[in-house]
Every structure is written in structure tokens, then in C-alpha cells.
Ligand binder design. Sequence first.
Ligand SMILES: CC(C)(COP(=O)(O)OP(=O)(O)OC[C@H]1O[C@@H](n2cnc3c(N)ncnc32)[C@H](O)[C@@H]1OP(=O)(O)O)[C@@H](O)C(=O)NCCC(=O)NCCS
Length: 416
Amino acid sequence: MYLYGASGHAKVIVDILKASGIEVDGMFDDDKSINELVSIPVFHNWNGESPIVVSIGNNETRRQIVQKLKCEFGTVIHPSAIVSPNATIGEGSVVMQGAIVQSDAAVGRHCILNTGASVDHECTIEDFVHISPQATLCGNVHIGEGAWIGAAAVVIPGVKIGKWAVIGAGSVVVDDIPDRVVAFGNPCRVRTDEEKNQKNYPNRIAIYGAGGLGREVAGGIQRINSAGRGNWEFVGFYDDNKEVGTPVSHYGKVMGGMDDLNSVNEPLAIAIAVGDPMTRKLILERITNENIYYPNLIAPSFRVLDPKTFIIGQGNIIQDSCSVTCNVTVGDFNVLNGSNVLGHDVELGNFNVLMPGVRLSGSVGVGECNLFGVDSVVLQRIKVGNNITLGAGSVLMTKPKNGNTYIGVPAKKFEY
Ligand SMILES: CC(C)(COP(=O)(O)OP(=O)(O)OC[C@H]1O[C@@H](n2cnc3c(N)ncnc32)[C@H](O)[C@@H]1OP(=O)(O)O)[C@@H](O)C(=O)NCCC(=O)NCCS
């Protein structure tokens, strides 16, 4: 086994491997002044040696190194840890002395469950998470990618912690915590001091699409920041149809097109602010840069009647005054452009655009790439497939056929 990162954290992993009877053949570190750690040689050029564990405590640094190493990763579990046979631990993860992982817990890739950490039944931990010493996750807790849970923090049952969030040592988390914030205390509250929030994790964001929707999304990001629900550093717009340097209202400038976006070499969040559903999908397909990620941008006024049954993917934009009730699922890359209502059991797929005022009644199912015009309504239990356009003010009362346009009350197929 090899380790990448000759740090204090690596010393603990060496102990764990020794206790499991596994030899450490060597370590790698970019710092050329380190040649040895706990009597193990430290090399500076990695040539594919594996299996390897990235032994770096900082979640974002660990993610960046993992991205560069295309090889087999080891998984390290100390013999004193108790891991339920029904739990799963992803590759590259480390479970330290005395940690406990209960039944049906799912731990992602390259996570750290530090000394004495406790992960109870049915918890889900996404990749690159660090659960610090003695921290306790009660049952059914969900920890987003890259989040860091401080030492001895307690997270009560069913709470969701956002991606790349930082939870201070000793906190008691009683409510969901949004993505990319620092939160601490008992009860745990998000810190609103933007400057301090910005130092722990990637938080730069740009918008693809410098049109009207782009400006609306830029305004939405400002609102999220000022409400303390995020702390984004907005860096500008990308657009293939506008000159570099073109100002976009007072929000920022166009920084380039798709090629420039694909050359960005540090983590950057992107919001795709293009209103045509198929174009949204095509844009996503053209973004090939692994440094790009897609957060959900959710207006602080968004209301969820039953947060425990609300499921949401990535890359969604939810503007002001939207609400969902119970058992609602929102897939990926949808736009809810304001004052949208999704009733019970609605399942919204991917790349759908709901113009302002759209209402989806109970048990409506929606596939991919549909466009719902301003103030349109879909009646209960209707299944909407793919690539359908519903005209402004229309009321859809029967199942539409894929790829067609429907208008009127009741909405009828429109022949061009
Ligand atoms: C939350 C945390 C990341 C904030 O770090 P920071 O940005 O350097 O914050 P500062 O130390 O500047 O503190 C800012 C303020 O928050 C308060 N604060 C910081 N962490 C706190 C915590 N865990 N609980 C309560 N208050 C806290 C400070 O007292 C300070 O208050 P003040 O402005 O009234 O003086 C950090 O304090 C923390 O808890 N880290 C987790 C450490 C850990 O568990 N490590 C495990 C390693 S294996």
C-alpha cells in the first residue's frame, strides 16, 4: 500500500495499516524537503504506484489529488472500528480507531471517519467528507460531498448537511445546513461573516449565458449571499455569442466562451442560465472540464412543506417564491423561474424549464427537456413525457405526446 501526503494524518494511517498487518511500501509528497516519515521513505514523483490512499486531511486538497491519480485506491479500516456488515465504505476511505458505522450506512469515496466517530443507521455520506474525532451522526443523516464535520459535533436524526459545508467543533446540528457555509454552535447556525466564510472551500461561481435569465440568476446569487444562505464569489459570465469583456448590467463581464470554460484549472461552480431546455442539455454535454461543478441555487424564499421527503439533484435554479409540498422530487438542471408550485408526489425529471407562475398539481410526473409557459397549469396525475412545450396560460388536462406544443384551456395540440 502507498500513501499520498506525508502528514500527521498519514502517521495515523500508517498505524492503522500496521495494526491490520498491511505493509506501507512508501509515501509520496509534493514537498521535496520531506524524504522520510515514521521511517517510511517519501518519494516525489508518482509513477502509477498503487493501491494508494490519499492521506491528506483537507477535503478539497484530497479531491484535487484524487482527480490526478487514475489508479486503484486502498480502503483502510482499523481493527478496533465496528462496521456493520450492512454498511458500505467507498474506495480510498479511512475508518480510524474506535469509529462505529451502523447498519445500512453508506460512506462514499475518499472519506475520513476519524477516531471514535459515530455514524448511525442509514446515514449517507457522499465523497470527500471528513467526520472528525468523536463526532456523532444520528440515524438517517445525509452529509453532502466534501463537508467537514468538526470534532465532537452532534447531528440529530434526519438532518441534511450541504456539500462542502463546515460544521464547527462541538456544534449540535438540529436543522438542515446549506451548501458551502461555515456553521457552528448549539443550536448550530450558519455564520454570516462572508469574508471568513470564504476561506475553507471552493466558492467561486460563474454563469453560462449572459442574457436575461443570466442577469436574474446573478441577482439570485446576490440574494442567497445577503440572506446568509451561501457565500458565493461571483466571477462573471461565459457566453459563446458575446464578445469577451461585454458588461452584463452591473453584475460582471463576459469572460469567454465554452473553450475558455473548459480550460479553467481550479474548482468553479457554474449555473447554466439558458431558458431553452434542449440548449441547456447541449451546453452541459459540451462542458468537459472536471473542475466544473453544478450547485443548486435556491432562493431563500423557497418553501418546502416537508423537507424530509424532498429530494433534489444538482444544477437546479430555483428563483423567488417557489414552493413544494410533500414527497416532491426535483432531478437535475431544472429552472423554476419564480412563483412555481409543485404539489404532493410531483416528480420533475431533468432539464425542464418552468416559467413564472407554473403550477404542477399532485402526482404529476415530468420527463426531460419540457418548457412550461408563464402561468400554465398541469392537472393532477398527468404524465408529461419529453420535449413538450406548454403555452402560456394553458391548462394541460390530458397526457401530451412527446415533442409537441400544447396551448389553450383545455390545452390542445398546436399544429404549426
Ligand atoms: C468553525 C471553524 C471552522 C471556524 O474557524 P475560523 O474561521 O478560523 O473561525 P475563528 O476562529 O476566526 O472564529 C470566529 C468566531 O466564531 C467562534 N467560533 C469558532 N468556532 C466555533 C465553534 N466550533 N463553536 C462555537 N463558536 C465558534 C469564535 O469564538 C469566534 O467568535 P467571535 O467572532 O465572537 O470572536 C473552527 O472554529 C472549527 O470549529 N473547526 C473544527 C476543528 C476540528 O474539529 N478539527 C478536527 C480535526 S481532526
